[in-house]
Design a protein around this ligand. Structure first.
Ligand code: DAH
Length: 340
């Protein structure tokens, strides 16, 4: 009887219970008034006493197995899961497809561009491999002028006039050459500088350049545009200040700081104890730059600005090391899941 019970257990496990009818037939066959369990109980009573303990346990196991199978089959049927017998369940909801995330630099670039697009700026791009004229001379950098050393340039070996652009300001020059004012442009792109890679510097990074040229564009327009940008991006209570600065292609020139606060030790460290953080350079387009591009500087004026995307992203997400952006470590990138 012991071997018989074991064989029956195997049988119970093999039965297909693919719909409610099959479950009912199974129930009647095993647990019904004239079912197999009944016969087995009768046989059990006849068995020699010394076997009863073992046989009783096996009988219980068999009954439990039958009940488990019925329960599993019914709950599966109720939730709409059909067993196909192949082991695959084609009615199950599809699992999530593992998806990548937006890179934090893309998230921030998109947001910055979006703010300026709402102000009527349109996007424009230019080449990463540029000539000296569009990166320097056309922007009023005199030959041999030390201002060229402000940006350590990668030159193309075989073609000394070609270089990797050190800033997106080169796109301004191309646009001014090709179009007449009024123009309102936002120009994102990759730039390159011959710098040792560290937590604060990289040989490749991203900038977003802005240019607005029309009649009667004033420094007040520049300041108000940048204040609006800062408040849209960092929050409505954000304060900015403009510090006088120097760029060959703008006059006057300024650097813009946002007020970051001095509450924590980190605030003190990253703002060098001032509470202010620089976010961009800007100014009124120098008349020499307009004239070089064929724009009448008596009729038109304009402002320009340029900001570093990495820097602004580090501020937004409190990222301490620039290199994290370029290592593609999934643990870093995964933290930006849901940002877009
Ligand atoms: N091109 C400058 C740089 O890379 C940033 C900049 C400053 C851009 C002033 C501008 C500007 O358009 O007006 O450091």
């Amino acid at each position: 009887m012991r071997a018989q019970l074991e064989a029956l257990m195997a049988k119970v496990l093999e039965v297909e219970l693919k719909d409610a009818d099959a479950v009912e037939v199974f129930r009647v066959e095993w647990l019904g008034r004239k079912g197999r369990m009944k016969d087995l109980m009768a046989a059990f009573k006849e068995a020699p006493n010394e076997q009863k303990r073992e046989l009783g346990m096996l009988l219980n196991q068999l009954k439990q197995l039958i009940e488990e199978r019925m329960e599993a089959a019914s709950s599966g049927l109720q939730s709409g899961i059909a067993s196909t017998g192949s082991g695959e369940d084609y009615s199950r909801p599809a699992g999530g497809i593992p998806m990548g995330t937006h890179h934090p630099l893309s998230v921030v670039r998109k947001e910055i561009i979006g703010i300026f697009e709402r102000l009527g700026f349109t996007i424009s791009e230019g080449p990463e491999i540029e000539d000296d004229y569009h990166v320097f001379s056309g922007l009023n950098f005199p030959e041999e002028h030390p201002a060229r050393d402000m940006q350590d340039t990668f030159f193309v070996d075989r073609e000394p006039d070609l270089l990797l652009r050190t800033h997106t300001s080169s796109v301004q020059v191309r646009e001014m050459e090709q179009h007449d004012p009024p123009m309102r442009l936002i120009m994102p792109g990759r730039v390159f500088r011959n710098e040792a890679i560290s937590a604060r510097a990289h040989c490749m990074f991203h900038q977003i350049e802005g240019l607005y040229i029309d009649e009667d564009v004033s420094f007040a327009d520049l300041k108000q545009t940048l204040l609006l940008f800062a408040q849209e991006f960092f929050g409505p209570d954000t304060k900015i200040r403009l510090r006088p600065s120097y760029f060959p292609f703008t006059e006057p020139s300024a650097e813009v700081d946002v007020y970051w606060g001095l509450e924590t030790e980190v605030d003190k460290r990253i703002t060098k104890g001032t509470g202010w953080l620089e976010i961009l350079g800007c100014g009124m387009v120098d008349p020499n730059v307009l004239e070089a591009a064929g724009i009448d500087s008596r009729k038109y004026s304009g402002f320009a600005f340029g900001m570093g995307v990495e820097r602004i992203t580090m501020l937004r997400y409190q990222i301490g090391d620039l290199r994290a952006f370029f290592e593609n470590d999934a643990r870093f990138l995964d933290q930006f899941r849901g940002q877009h």
